[in-house]
Design a protein around this ligand. Structure first.
Ligand SMILES: [Zn+2]
Length: 235
C-alpha cells in the first residue's frame, strides 16, 4: 500500500482513527495496491521515484485530481478583499443570474421590464453593468478616482479588461477588483431601493458611498492601505 510504505507512523495513527487509507489516497481506484512497487505508483502520478524526499501532498493531490481549465473570472471573485455580499452579487452578475427585470418579464412575473434607474431601456445584466447612464456615470467616476483614463466598457469587455490588465497581486489591481465588486453591489442595491422603497440617490452620492465603503475595506488590509493613501477620499 502506498501511504504505509512511505510514512508507516502516519498510517498507524490514521488507522487508529478508523481511516480507510486506500480509499483516501486512491478514491477512483478499487484495485488493491499492496503489492505494487512504490516507484510504479509514483510513475503513474508523474513523480520521479528519486524525489521521495521532496514529496508534496499538494502535487500528488493535483495529479490525482487532474487538470481543469481556469475560469476567466476567478481573479475577480476568488481572494477578492471586498465584502462577501459584494462578491456574491458580482458572481451572479458574471453568470447573468441576477433577477433582472428582463428575466422576470420572460417568466411572466412582471409586465414591464423598464430599467428602474433610467427608465429608458429594458433592464438586463448588460444594461445594469454599465450601459445604463447612471451606472456608467458611477463606474466612470470610480475609474477616474483610481487613476484610470479609459472609457466605461460593456460588462463582458469590463471583465476581459480586468482579466488582462488588473489581474495581479499588487495593491492597485487588488483595489480595482474590490472597487468593481463594490460598484456592482451598490448598483444592485440602488436598483432594489428604487423598486421596493421608492428611494433615489444621485450618481455623486452613490459614487462617494462606494468610495467610503471601499476605503473602509482597504484600511482593514495592511497591504492595501498604502494604495488608499495615494487616493483622495472624496471626488
Ligand atoms: Zn437604465
Amino acid at each position: 500500500m502506498f501511504l504505509p510504505s512511505v510514512y508507516p507512523q502516519y498510517a498507524c495513527a490514521l488507522k487508529e482513527k478508523g481511516a480507510d487509507i486506500k480509499v483516501m489516497m486512491f478514491p477512483d481506484d478499487t484495485r488493491t495496491r499492496q503489492d505494487q512497487p512504490i516507484e510504479e505508483i509514483f510513475e503513474e502520478t508523474g513523480i520521479n521515484g528519486t524525489q521521495l524526499d521532496r514529496f508534496s501532498i499538494k502535487f500528488m493531490y493535483n495529479k490525482l485530481r487532474g487538470d481543469f481549465a481556469k475560469v476567466p473570472w476567478r481573479k475577480m471573485i476568488c481572494n477578492n478583499q471586498g465584502a462577501p455580499k459584494w462578491i456574491f452579487i458580482t458572481y451572479l452578475a458574471v453568470h447573468g443570474k441576477l433577477y433582472t427585470r428582463d428575466r422576470l418579464l420572460k417568466w411572466g412575473i412582471i409586465d414591464d421590464a423598464e430599467c428602474a434607474m433610467c427608465g429608458l431601456e429594458t433592464e438586463s445584466t448588460d444594461h445594469l453593468c454599465f450601459k445604463c447612464p447612471l451606472s456608467a456615470g458611477i463606474w466612470g467616476q470610480l475609474l477616474q478616482w483610481q487613476g484610470y483614463s479609459r472609457p466605461v466598457l460593456a460588462w463582458k469587455d469590463e471583465q476581459e479588461w480586468q482579466r488582462l490588465y488588473a489581474n495581479g497581486k499588487n495593491s492597485k489591481d487588488e483595489m480595482y477588483r474590490v472597487t468593481l465588486t463594490g460598484c456592482i453591489y451598490m448598483l444592485w442595491h440602488e436598483r432594489n431601493c428604487r423598486i421596493f422603497q421608492q428611494k433615489m440617490r444621485t450618481v455623486n452620492v452613490l459614487t462617494t458611498m462606494i468610495i467610503l465603503k471601499v476605503i473602509c475595506r482597504e484600511t482593514m488590509k495592511p497591504k492595501l492601505t498604502s494604495r488608499v493613501m495615494h487616493l483622495n477620499t472624496y471626488l
